[in-house]
Design a protein around this ligand. Structure first.
Ligand SMILES: NC(=O)c1ccc[n+]([C@@H]2O[C@H](COP(=O)([O-])OP(=O)(O)OC[C@H]3O[C@@H](n4cnc5c(N)ncnc54)[C@H](O)[C@@H]3O)[C@@H](O)[C@H]2O)c1
Length: 415
């Protein structure tokens, strides 16, 4: 499952006679950025190389189960089939509905049946998953528990997938009314990232992904924040496709900095041994807010017209809330706070949602994040721009004060 499971292992005997097993398990995977993967002119993937999007090895099997987000099949289905045919893959495509509701145990079980039916072996035939963050989370979790883990290659095709969900080792489904309640740490074999897929992503989804990039900028990379400020709107308008020279350069730089920044944060702490994570910025209250919004959403509307908040939108709201507390604590000044709010707004993200008026919801969200972080709040608050401080003592009245300021920003809200 991991690139190289070999590692150091010892068996010792403790003074009380207990056997003590200690073993390292090495994690190694590649994230490769490509351009125009599905184009006929794309250089033939080099079987055996780390970046081979099909995970082939010389003399190895070319059977692949390919799990594809149904909405992604519409624009890319024909090209995906042609690509697989062109490279001699014996494949079966499994089309599944995308979106948050796909992160369910029901879909995990359905996918397990598909794995059985195809006969996915423990090793040598990586499952290829093509989709947004939700399908990646669900299909990677299934692969992580199926036969205790079969290899997976991710082709994330949404912006959130390309700069976040497709990069780390975490997988999850929602359960019991909670977001990401069941999940695994299951390393990928490799991830292949092609911004050409973003051409068909809806505006709201692009903004949503930009929220996670903005989070990286505010939390750890002031230069990235500056790029978003200068070019974020253009890149959004051009859908990362580079319709102008400036837009092309900016899209490539922003995507690269976001991937580098995220991997730089993930790599030394892949299994979250250290719960003080700067990239938790925007993720303290947002899981509760996002799930509540989903509960209240009107299911009969197409998703783009639903008032439910998307993941990144909830992250943006949480980031402004956190920035407000940082401002009150003197960790950032008013100009920096306003800069973060303005940039958030310029990327088409909400600054306000009426769910923030629900103090009980926010308190429950903070409580749940505290449980998730081993009993400490460890809430990242921006320290200026490009750094964070961790707070462990945020009070309800501080939250209320920040919410009040956020309401006064008078920004766009969703729905
Ligand atoms: N595991 C992690 O580390 C991690 C990190 C961040 C986010 N996530 C999870 O990712 C999920 C959000 O992912 P998302 O924003 O990609 O949403 P999503 O996967 O729900 O996809 C949203 C919609 O966009 C469609 N879509 C995706 N890419 C497309 C494309 N290129 N063209 C046309 N349509 C496309 C999908 O079919 C779907 O209908 C959340 O569940 C979040 O919890 C996980």
């Amino acid at each position: 499952m991991t690139g190289n499971p070999a590692g150091h292992a010892t068996l010792t005997r403790a003074p009380d006679g207990s056997y003590v097993v200690e073993a390292d398990h090495r994690t190694r995977y590649a994230v490769t950025v490509v351009d125009g993967l599905l184009d006929r002119t794309f250089p033939p993937p080099d079987g055996g190389s780390l970046g081979d999007p099909l995970g082939r090895v010389p003399g190895g099997s070319v059977r692949r189960l390919v799990v594809v987000d149904r909405d992604v099949m519409r624009p890319y289905g024909r090209k995906i089939r042609e690509f697989l045919d062109r490279h001699g893959i014996e494949y079966r495509l499994v089309k599944l509905p995308g979106g948050e509701r796909s992160k369910s145990l029901k879909l995990v079980m359905r996918l397990c049946r598909e794995f059985d039916d195809f006969g996915v072996p423990r090793r040598g035939e990586p499952v290829i998953v093509i989709g947004g963050g939700a399908i990646l989370d669900m299909a990677r979790m299934t692969s992580g528990i199926y036969r205790r883990g079969v290899p997976v290659i991710a082709w994330p095709v949404s912006l959130v997938g390309q700069i976040d969900a497709g990069l780390g080792v975490k997988t999850a489904i929602d359960a019991g009314g909670y977001k990401n309640r069941l999940g695994t740490y299951s390393p990928l074999e490799r991830a292949v990232i092609d911004r050409r897929f973003l051409a068909t992503l809806n505006d709201r989804r692009l903004s949503d992904g930009l929220a996670e990039i903005l989070k990286v900028g505010v939390a750890v990379d002031e230069t990235l924040f500056g790029s978003l400020r200068a070019h974020g709107r253009k890149v959004l308008h051009e859908r990362f496709q580079g319709r102008t020279e400036t837009g092309d350069r900016a899209a490539s730089q922003i995507l690269d900095a976001a991937i580098r920044g995220m991997l730089g944060e993930l790599a030394p702490n892949l299994y979250e041994d250290d719960m003080a994570r700067p990239v938790y910025l925007g993720h303290t209250w947002s899981p509760a807010v996002e799930m509540e919004a989903l509960r209240r959403s009107r299911r009969w509307l197409p998703w783009e017209r639903r008032p439910a908040l998307l993941h990144g939108e909830a992250v943006a709201l949480d980031m402004i809330l956190s920035a407000g507390i940082a401002l009150d604590r003197g960790a950032m000044d008013k100009a920096e706070y306003e800069l973060v709010a303005e940039t958030t707004d310029s990327l088409g993200l909400p600054l306000w949602d009426s769910l923030l008026d629900d103090a009980d919801l926010l308190a429950a969200g903070l409580r749940d994040s505290t449980r998730h972080r081993g009993g400490r709040q460890l809430a990242p608050l921006p320290r200026g721009i490009g750094a964070v401080v961790f707070a462990d003592d945020i009070t309800a009245s501080e939250v209320a004060h920040s919410v009040k300021r956020q309401r006064a920003l008078g920004g766009r809200s969703v729905g």
